[in-house]
Design a protein around this ligand. Structure first.
Ligand SMILES: [Zn+2]
Length: 219
């Protein structure tokens, strides 16, 4: 669901956003302080056929795609405004809008990063529940996947990763579940289903994750 500031922004600039639905406009909340004035400035140029076609985060930076008449003498101003907002985003926390420096593809301040780390187990737990329901694990199977050792955080992460990769490789409605439950002749599984292999002992989960990560191409 779109953030309410994005919904409001689109409503305020219907002409500017008339073509945005195809590629989408998903900008992190912390960057609203860049995007709202940018749209005002673009609108103020009064260029009829100017449109924002996409907004997103890429490699820790804001990306805004626009279309319009490149021959318009004001086009240089358009690209300068967009470029300025994108350049600024390297220094603005994408969560809270505070000061940040981009690092490893994330532009997030220390406070938000700490908050995110604190919430990680909770997020992981809900991701695990979602993955388990996607592939129809019974409660018994869920607790077997989590294993008996204490490193359940790692096990949850691996299982979420396995389901995500399997869903990517087999995108149909029950694609991931089918892969997980069907006997598999791959050298690793040797005729067992991947799920049966995973439940066989505590080591096989991470092996299965490693196997899938190696064979499924991640875009
Ligand atoms: Zn922050």
């Amino acid at each position: 669901m779109a953030s309410s500031w994005i919904t409001a922004l689109k409503a305020r600039h219907p002409r500017l956003f008339r073509n945005v639905e195809v590629c989408g406009f998903e900008v992190p909340d912390g960057w609203r302080s860049l995007v709202i004035p940018l749209c005002q400035d673009l609108e103020a140029l009064g260029i009829e056929d100017l449109a924002v076609v996409q907004g997103k985060e890429k490699y820790g930076c804001l990306r805004i795609s626009i279309e319009g008449d490149w021959d318009d003498p004001r086009w240089e101003q358009v690209t300068a405004l967009v470029q300025a907002a994108e350049d600024q985003s390297w220094h603005v926390c994408w969560e809270c809008g505070g000061q940040a420096e981009t690092s490893g593809g994330s532009t997030i301040c220390g406070t938000c990063l700490a908050e995110q780390r604190r919430n990680e187990p909770k997020l992981l737990l809900s991701a695990f529940a979602k993955a388990a329901s996607l592939v129809g694990l019974t409660l018994e199977e869920q607790s077997a996947v989590l294993g008996r050792d204490t490193d359940q955080i790692d096990r949850m992460a691996h299982f979420v990763g396995i389901v995500g990769l399997a869903a990517q490789a087999f995108p149909g409605e029950h694609g991931a579940e089918g892969w997980l439950r069907r006997p598999n002749t791959n050298d690793l599984f040797r005729g067992k289903s991947p799920l049966a292999f995973i439940l066989e002992n505590d080591q096989n989960l991470s092996q299965t994750f490693g196997h899938l990560r190696a064979v499924v191409r991640v875009w």
